[in-house]
Write a protein that binds this ligand. Sequence first.
Ligand code: BV8
Length: 231
Amino acid sequence: MTNMITILTGAGISAESGLGTFRDEGGLWAQHRIEDVATPEGFMRDPELVHGFYNARRAQAADAVPNAAHVALAKLEAGFDGEVLIVTQNVDGLHEAAGSQNVLHMHGQLDSALCAACERRWPAPLVMQPSDACPHCEAKATRPDIVWFGEMPYGMHSIEDALARTTLFASIGTSGNVYPAAGFVAQARQLGCPTIELNMEASQGGSLFDTRRLGPASEVVPAWVEELLSA
Ligand code: BV8
């Protein structure tokens, strides 16, 4: 069995790059109701509000730079004797900007736009608005290419396949509140795969991890990667 590390990342890995998390003090869900900005119903009700929410985050993400944790994971992918897959809940592009290539955005991406009519995608402009027409079918049905609550996350078959093959499962910077991502650690455990959590504090499913490294991602992730690469 070839070595494979599957790494789930959440908003906490991008926090030190200046991008807000959701459930920390003053986080995104303290500023907006999830029902209003991260559900299909909210988008139907007020597309202007939802585009505004994602336009602001797209602009912020465009100015953000990868931090030492993103860089360390790219170094792991380049130097590890086996496969490294990052399954990220994040919609920013910081893993790719740091050099990671094997990245799966299960909740979508800010820099991608989707047509709800013809389901084609294209690079998102910095500012999207309800009056935009799809460049392919011209329908005024464009939306952020984001997985909202109640919608099926992307790449679930690939993720299930990865979890079945993985020899180490790591979770970095996520509170373990949102499913199905929060259930991956239980799946890995059932398959007898060692699990580790690297986070500022123990997450919801924290007790399910074999080991835990608590602290800022920019410190605990590079140290963990150094250990893996020198093992
Ligand atoms: C699905 C959009 C099924 C992108 C997001 C009732 C009705 C409907 C659904 C449900 C329901 N009950 C349960 C569900 C399922 C639901 C769910 O889980 N709800 C929860 C709230 C109970 N899930 C879904 O709806 C999912 N879809 O189930 O579909 C289905 C089946 C068949 C057919 C169709 C559908 C879809 C979930 C995706 C929703 N979209 N966001 C965006 O706007 O960004 S979720 C949102 O939360 C983000 O994607 C985010 O990534 C995700 C998780 O949050 P975290 O990343 O963990 O961030 P958080 O702030 O919570 O935590 C940060 C952590 O970092 C903390 O632990 C903190 O300590 C740590 N930290 C902070 N700073 C640092 C740090 N760590 C290290 N260093 C630091 N410096």
